[in-house]
Ligand binder design. Structure first.
Ligand SMILES: *Cc1c(COP(=O)(O)O)cnc(C)c1O
Length: 341
Protein backbone atom coordinates (compact mmCIF):
# COMPACT_ATOMS: atom_id res chain seq x y z
CA UNK A 1 0.00 0.00 0.00
CA UNK A 2 1.37 3.35 -1.12
CA UNK A 3 1.25 6.04 1.60
CA UNK A 4 -0.03 9.51 0.70
CA UNK A 5 2.71 11.98 -0.01
CA UNK A 6 2.12 14.36 2.91
CA UNK A 7 4.52 16.43 5.00
CA UNK A 8 3.69 14.26 8.04
CA UNK A 9 6.06 16.02 10.44
CA UNK A 10 4.39 19.39 9.92
CA UNK A 11 0.72 18.47 10.09
CA UNK A 12 -1.41 20.53 12.45
CA UNK A 13 -4.61 19.40 14.15
CA UNK A 14 -6.92 19.98 11.22
CA UNK A 15 -9.38 18.26 8.91
CA UNK A 16 -8.41 16.82 5.56
CA UNK A 17 -10.88 14.92 3.37
CA UNK A 18 -9.79 11.32 2.78
CA UNK A 19 -11.37 8.92 0.27
CA UNK A 20 -13.52 6.81 2.55
CA UNK A 21 -15.92 7.08 5.48
CA UNK A 22 -18.30 4.66 7.22
CA UNK A 23 -22.07 5.23 7.30
CA UNK A 24 -24.93 3.34 8.92
CA UNK A 25 -28.56 4.51 9.13
CA UNK A 26 -31.17 3.81 11.79
CA UNK A 27 -34.78 3.63 10.60
CA UNK A 28 -37.95 1.82 11.72
CA UNK A 29 -36.26 0.76 14.94
CA UNK A 30 -33.12 -0.82 13.49
CA UNK A 31 -29.64 -0.17 12.17
CA UNK A 32 -28.87 -1.13 8.55
CA UNK A 33 -25.74 -3.12 7.62
CA UNK A 34 -23.53 -0.04 7.23
CA UNK A 35 -21.01 0.54 4.45
CA UNK A 36 -17.85 2.35 3.45
CA UNK A 37 -18.79 5.22 1.13
CA UNK A 38 -16.95 7.98 -0.73
CA UNK A 39 -19.26 11.01 -0.41
CA UNK A 40 -18.03 13.35 2.32
CA UNK A 41 -21.16 15.54 2.22
CA UNK A 42 -24.39 14.97 4.14
CA UNK A 43 -27.76 16.22 2.86
CA UNK A 44 -30.48 16.58 5.49
CA UNK A 45 -33.86 18.22 5.88
CA UNK A 46 -33.82 21.75 7.31
CA UNK A 47 -35.81 20.58 10.31
CA UNK A 48 -33.53 17.63 11.20
CA UNK A 49 -33.17 17.05 14.96
CA UNK A 50 -29.43 17.70 14.75
CA UNK A 51 -30.03 21.27 13.55
CA UNK A 52 -32.95 22.17 15.80
CA UNK A 53 -31.99 20.62 19.13
CA UNK A 54 -28.34 19.68 18.58
CA UNK A 55 -29.16 15.99 18.97
CA UNK A 56 -25.68 14.86 18.08
CA UNK A 57 -22.84 13.05 19.85
CA UNK A 58 -19.29 12.12 18.93
CA UNK A 59 -16.16 10.25 19.93
CA UNK A 60 -12.48 10.61 19.17
CA UNK A 61 -9.67 8.08 18.99
CA UNK A 62 -6.49 7.55 17.00
CA UNK A 63 -4.79 4.93 14.85
CA UNK A 64 -1.02 4.54 15.00
CA UNK A 65 1.63 2.79 12.93
CA UNK A 66 3.81 0.71 15.25
CA UNK A 67 7.55 0.15 14.98
CA UNK A 68 6.98 -3.14 13.11
CA UNK A 69 4.55 -1.59 10.63
CA UNK A 70 1.22 -2.70 12.07
CA UNK A 71 -1.71 -0.32 12.25
CA UNK A 72 -3.31 -0.28 15.71
CA UNK A 73 -5.72 1.79 17.77
CA UNK A 74 -5.88 2.37 21.50
CA UNK A 75 -8.67 0.94 23.71
CA UNK A 76 -11.51 1.39 21.16
CA UNK A 77 -13.80 -0.62 23.45
CA UNK A 78 -13.81 2.34 25.86
CA UNK A 79 -14.85 4.74 23.08
CA UNK A 80 -17.64 2.32 22.09
CA UNK A 81 -18.79 2.21 25.70
CA UNK A 82 -18.68 5.98 26.17
CA UNK A 83 -20.60 6.48 22.92
CA UNK A 84 -23.24 4.12 24.29
CA UNK A 85 -23.41 6.24 27.47
CA UNK A 86 -23.72 9.39 25.36
CA UNK A 87 -26.51 7.80 23.25
CA UNK A 88 -28.50 6.83 26.31
CA UNK A 89 -28.17 10.27 27.91
CA UNK A 90 -29.34 12.02 24.74
CA UNK A 91 -32.13 9.55 23.82
CA UNK A 92 -30.53 7.99 20.78
CA UNK A 93 -30.46 4.32 19.82
CA UNK A 94 -27.16 2.67 20.77
CA UNK A 95 -24.85 1.71 17.92
CA UNK A 96 -23.79 -1.74 19.20
CA UNK A 97 -20.32 -1.74 20.78
CA UNK A 98 -18.96 -4.64 18.71
CA UNK A 99 -20.22 -2.94 15.53
CA UNK A 100 -18.54 0.30 16.62
CA UNK A 101 -15.17 -1.49 16.76
CA UNK A 102 -15.82 -3.25 13.45
CA UNK A 103 -16.69 0.09 11.80
CA UNK A 104 -13.48 1.67 13.14
CA UNK A 105 -11.50 -1.24 11.65
CA UNK A 106 -13.26 -0.94 8.28
CA UNK A 107 -12.74 2.80 7.92
CA UNK A 108 -9.08 2.68 9.00
CA UNK A 109 -8.33 -0.21 6.63
CA UNK A 110 -10.02 1.64 3.75
CA UNK A 111 -7.90 4.73 4.50
CA UNK A 112 -4.63 2.89 5.30
CA UNK A 113 -2.72 5.18 2.93
CA UNK A 114 -3.55 8.08 5.29
CA UNK A 115 -2.20 6.49 8.47
CA UNK A 116 0.99 8.42 9.26
CA UNK A 117 4.20 6.34 9.31
CA UNK A 118 5.91 5.29 12.56
CA UNK A 119 8.11 8.02 14.00
CA UNK A 120 6.55 10.81 11.91
CA UNK A 121 4.99 12.51 14.94
CA UNK A 122 1.56 12.37 13.27
CA UNK A 123 -1.38 9.98 13.85
CA UNK A 124 -4.72 9.23 12.21
CA UNK A 125 -7.57 10.86 14.12
CA UNK A 126 -10.81 8.84 13.98
CA UNK A 127 -14.08 10.69 14.52
CA UNK A 128 -17.22 8.56 15.09
CA UNK A 129 -20.43 10.59 15.43
CA UNK A 130 -24.17 10.20 15.33
CA UNK A 131 -27.05 12.59 14.69
CA UNK A 132 -30.83 12.74 14.59
CA UNK A 133 -31.72 13.02 10.90
CA UNK A 134 -35.51 13.24 10.53
CA UNK A 135 -37.53 16.43 11.02
CA UNK A 136 -38.46 17.28 14.60
CA UNK A 137 -40.19 20.47 15.67
CA UNK A 138 -41.60 19.73 19.14
CA UNK A 139 -38.84 19.11 21.71
CA UNK A 140 -38.45 15.36 21.41
CA UNK A 141 -35.90 12.86 20.13
CA UNK A 142 -35.64 11.96 16.43
CA UNK A 143 -36.80 8.60 15.09
CA UNK A 144 -34.10 8.27 12.44
CA UNK A 145 -30.36 8.51 12.97
CA UNK A 146 -27.11 8.34 11.08
CA UNK A 147 -23.88 6.93 12.55
CA UNK A 148 -20.73 7.93 10.67
CA UNK A 149 -16.97 7.73 11.04
CA UNK A 150 -14.43 9.81 9.15
CA UNK A 151 -10.68 9.86 9.62
CA UNK A 152 -8.08 12.59 9.13
CA UNK A 153 -4.31 12.63 9.66
CA UNK A 154 -3.27 15.03 12.44
CA UNK A 155 -0.24 16.50 14.17
CA UNK A 156 -0.12 18.12 17.64
CA UNK A 157 -3.33 19.64 19.05
CA UNK A 158 -1.51 22.63 20.50
CA UNK A 159 0.78 24.65 18.23
CA UNK A 160 4.41 24.88 19.29
CA UNK A 161 4.99 21.23 20.16
CA UNK A 162 6.02 20.55 23.75
CA UNK A 163 6.24 24.21 24.78
CA UNK A 164 4.22 24.60 28.00
CA UNK A 165 0.81 26.23 27.67
CA UNK A 166 -0.55 29.25 29.48
CA UNK A 167 -4.17 28.84 30.45
CA UNK A 168 -6.60 31.00 32.38
CA UNK A 169 -9.30 30.40 34.94
CA UNK A 170 -12.56 30.74 33.04
CA UNK A 171 -15.47 32.84 34.26
CA UNK A 172 -17.72 30.86 31.95
CA UNK A 173 -19.35 27.53 32.71
CA UNK A 174 -19.07 25.25 29.75
CA UNK A 175 -21.75 22.67 30.44
CA UNK A 176 -25.24 22.87 29.05
CA UNK A 177 -27.71 23.61 31.86
CA UNK A 178 -28.88 20.02 32.25
CA UNK A 179 -25.79 18.31 33.59
CA UNK A 180 -24.44 16.75 30.41
CA UNK A 181 -20.84 16.59 31.57
CA UNK A 182 -20.23 12.88 30.96
CA UNK A 183 -20.95 12.71 27.28
CA UNK A 184 -19.31 13.96 24.12
CA UNK A 185 -22.35 15.78 22.75
CA UNK A 186 -22.65 18.73 20.40
CA UNK A 187 -24.37 21.07 22.83
CA UNK A 188 -21.63 20.89 25.51
CA UNK A 189 -19.00 21.80 22.97
CA UNK A 190 -21.06 24.54 21.34
CA UNK A 191 -21.29 26.14 24.80
CA UNK A 192 -17.49 26.04 25.12
CA UNK A 193 -16.87 27.87 21.82
CA UNK A 194 -17.27 31.38 23.19
CA UNK A 195 -14.94 30.81 26.20
CA UNK A 196 -12.26 29.29 23.92
CA UNK A 197 -12.41 32.10 21.36
CA UNK A 198 -12.35 34.66 24.17
CA UNK A 199 -9.33 32.94 25.79
CA UNK A 200 -7.39 32.87 22.50
CA UNK A 201 -8.22 36.54 21.89
CA UNK A 202 -6.64 37.35 25.25
CA UNK A 203 -3.53 35.26 24.58
CA UNK A 204 -4.32 32.07 26.50
CA UNK A 205 -4.14 28.55 25.08
CA UNK A 206 -7.11 27.14 27.02
CA UNK A 207 -9.59 27.63 29.86
CA UNK A 208 -9.52 25.96 33.25
CA UNK A 209 -13.14 25.35 34.22
CA UNK A 210 -14.03 25.21 37.92
CA UNK A 211 -17.04 23.41 39.37
CA UNK A 212 -20.02 25.69 38.64
CA UNK A 213 -21.67 25.24 42.08
CA UNK A 214 -18.87 26.45 44.36
CA UNK A 215 -16.14 27.54 41.93
CA UNK A 216 -13.59 26.08 44.32
CA UNK A 217 -12.67 22.75 42.65
CA UNK A 218 -10.69 22.16 39.47
CA UNK A 219 -12.62 20.44 36.68
CA UNK A 220 -11.02 20.28 33.22
CA UNK A 221 -10.39 22.30 30.04
CA UNK A 222 -12.51 22.43 26.89
CA UNK A 223 -11.12 19.20 25.48
CA UNK A 224 -8.74 17.62 27.99
CA UNK A 225 -8.55 16.47 31.63
CA UNK A 226 -5.94 17.76 34.10
CA UNK A 227 -3.11 15.80 35.65
CA UNK A 228 -0.86 17.17 38.41
CA UNK A 229 2.36 15.97 39.99
CA UNK A 230 2.94 16.93 43.62
CA UNK A 231 6.33 18.08 44.88
CA UNK A 232 6.84 14.65 46.43
CA UNK A 233 6.06 12.88 43.16
CA UNK A 234 2.42 11.79 43.54
CA UNK A 235 0.06 11.71 40.57
CA UNK A 236 -3.15 13.67 41.23
CA UNK A 237 -6.14 14.02 38.91
CA UNK A 238 -9.51 15.66 39.61
CA UNK A 239 -12.63 13.61 40.29
CA UNK A 240 -15.99 15.16 39.44
CA UNK A 241 -19.31 14.12 37.97
CA UNK A 242 -19.12 16.86 35.38
CA UNK A 243 -15.73 15.98 33.89
CA UNK A 244 -15.57 14.00 30.65
CA UNK A 245 -14.18 10.56 31.65
CA UNK A 246 -11.03 10.75 29.53
CA UNK A 247 -9.69 7.41 28.30
CA UNK A 248 -6.21 8.93 28.23
CA UNK A 249 -6.52 10.01 31.88
CA UNK A 250 -7.85 6.60 32.96
CA UNK A 251 -4.93 4.98 31.12
CA UNK A 252 -2.39 7.37 32.67
CA UNK A 253 -3.62 6.44 36.15
CA UNK A 254 -2.61 2.85 35.36
CA UNK A 255 0.68 3.88 33.73
CA UNK A 256 1.56 6.07 36.74
CA UNK A 257 0.90 3.32 39.25
CA UNK A 258 1.89 0.13 37.43
CA UNK A 259 4.69 1.32 35.15
CA UNK A 260 6.20 4.23 37.09
CA UNK A 261 5.39 3.17 40.66
CA UNK A 262 3.77 6.51 41.55
CA UNK A 263 1.04 6.97 44.14
CA UNK A 264 -2.16 7.85 42.28
CA UNK A 265 -4.83 10.09 43.82
CA UNK A 266 -8.13 10.45 41.95
CA UNK A 267 -9.99 12.94 44.10
CA UNK A 268 -11.48 16.41 44.29
CA UNK A 269 -8.74 18.98 43.71
CA UNK A 270 -9.18 22.36 45.39
CA UNK A 271 -8.27 25.35 43.30
CA UNK A 272 -6.29 26.62 46.30
CA UNK A 273 -4.04 23.52 46.10
CA UNK A 274 -2.60 24.47 42.72
CA UNK A 275 0.31 26.37 44.28
CA UNK A 276 1.51 23.11 45.84
CA UNK A 277 1.92 21.16 42.61
CA UNK A 278 5.24 20.76 40.82
CA UNK A 279 3.89 19.86 37.37
CA UNK A 280 0.64 20.26 35.49
CA UNK A 281 -0.53 18.78 32.20
CA UNK A 282 -3.57 18.39 29.97
CA UNK A 283 -4.38 14.91 28.74
CA UNK A 284 -6.67 13.55 26.05
CA UNK A 285 -6.60 11.73 22.74
CA UNK A 286 -5.95 15.00 20.90
CA UNK A 287 -3.76 16.70 23.53
CA UNK A 288 -1.87 13.43 24.36
CA UNK A 289 -0.12 15.08 27.32
CA UNK A 290 0.47 18.78 26.87
CA UNK A 291 2.41 20.48 29.67
CA UNK A 292 0.96 23.57 31.37
CA UNK A 293 3.52 26.12 32.59
CA UNK A 294 1.27 28.84 33.90
CA UNK A 295 -2.32 29.39 35.02
CA UNK A 296 -3.66 32.94 35.16
CA UNK A 297 -6.29 33.51 37.83
CA UNK A 298 -7.57 36.99 36.97
CA UNK A 299 -4.07 38.48 37.01
CA UNK A 300 -2.54 36.25 39.70
CA UNK A 301 -0.12 33.87 38.02
CA UNK A 302 0.39 30.34 39.23
CA UNK A 303 3.63 29.00 37.76
CA UNK A 304 4.66 25.37 37.92
CA UNK A 305 8.32 25.18 39.06
CA UNK A 306 9.33 22.38 36.69
CA UNK A 307 7.57 22.88 33.41
CA UNK A 308 7.90 26.56 32.52
CA UNK A 309 10.38 25.94 29.71
CA UNK A 310 9.70 22.33 28.80
CA UNK A 311 7.73 19.32 29.94
CA UNK A 312 8.45 18.49 33.61
CA UNK A 313 10.40 15.28 34.34
CA UNK A 314 7.52 13.15 35.64
CA UNK A 315 5.14 14.36 32.93
CA UNK A 316 7.82 13.44 30.38
CA UNK A 317 8.07 9.89 31.79
CA UNK A 318 4.28 9.52 31.63
CA UNK A 319 4.29 10.83 28.06
CA UNK A 320 7.09 8.52 26.93
CA UNK A 321 5.49 5.47 28.54
CA UNK A 322 1.98 6.13 27.23
CA UNK A 323 3.09 6.90 23.67
CA UNK A 324 5.57 3.98 23.86
CA UNK A 325 2.63 1.65 24.60
CA UNK A 326 0.49 3.20 21.86
CA UNK A 327 3.27 2.88 19.26
CA UNK A 328 4.12 -0.68 20.25
CA UNK A 329 7.57 0.07 21.73
CA UNK A 330 6.49 -0.85 25.26
CA UNK A 331 4.26 -3.81 26.09
CA UNK A 332 0.88 -2.45 27.25
CA UNK A 333 -1.65 -4.05 29.58
CA UNK A 334 -3.84 -6.77 28.04
CA UNK A 335 -6.33 -5.39 25.51
CA UNK A 336 -5.04 -1.82 25.33
CA UNK A 337 -3.51 -2.02 21.87
CA UNK A 338 -6.04 -3.18 19.28
CA UNK A 339 -4.53 -4.45 16.04
CA UNK A 340 -6.34 -3.35 12.89
CA UNK A 341 -3.95 -4.60 10.17
C1 LIG B 1 -12.30 14.13 24.51
C2 LIG B 1 -12.24 14.95 25.75
C3 LIG B 1 -11.31 14.64 26.77
C4 LIG B 1 -10.26 13.56 26.59
O1 LIG B 1 -10.80 12.28 26.55
P1 LIG B 1 -9.99 11.09 25.83
O2 LIG B 1 -10.90 9.92 25.95
O3 LIG B 1 -8.73 10.92 26.61
O4 LIG B 1 -9.73 11.52 24.43
C5 LIG B 1 -11.37 15.37 27.94
N1 LIG B 1 -12.25 16.38 28.12
C6 LIG B 1 -13.14 16.72 27.16
C7 LIG B 1 -14.09 17.82 27.43
C8 LIG B 1 -13.14 16.01 25.94
O5 LIG B 1 -13.98 16.38 24.97
Amino acid sequence: MEKKNLDWANLGFGYMTTEYRYVSNYKNGKWDDGAIVTDSDITLNECAAVFQYAQTIFEGLKAYTTENGEIVCFRPDLNAQRMKDSSERIEMPVFPEERFIDAVEQVVKANAAWVPPFGSGATLYIRPYMMGTNSVIGVKPAEEYQFRIFVTPVGPYFKGGAKPLTIRVSDFDRAAPHGTGHIKAGLNYAMSLHPIVDAHKKGYDENMYLDPASRSFVEETGGANFIFITKDGKFVTPKSDSILPSITRRSLMVVAEKYLGLTVEHRQVKFSELDDFAECGLCGTAAVISPVGKIDDHGREICFPSGMEEMGPVTKKLYDTLTGIQMGEIEGPEGWVHKIM
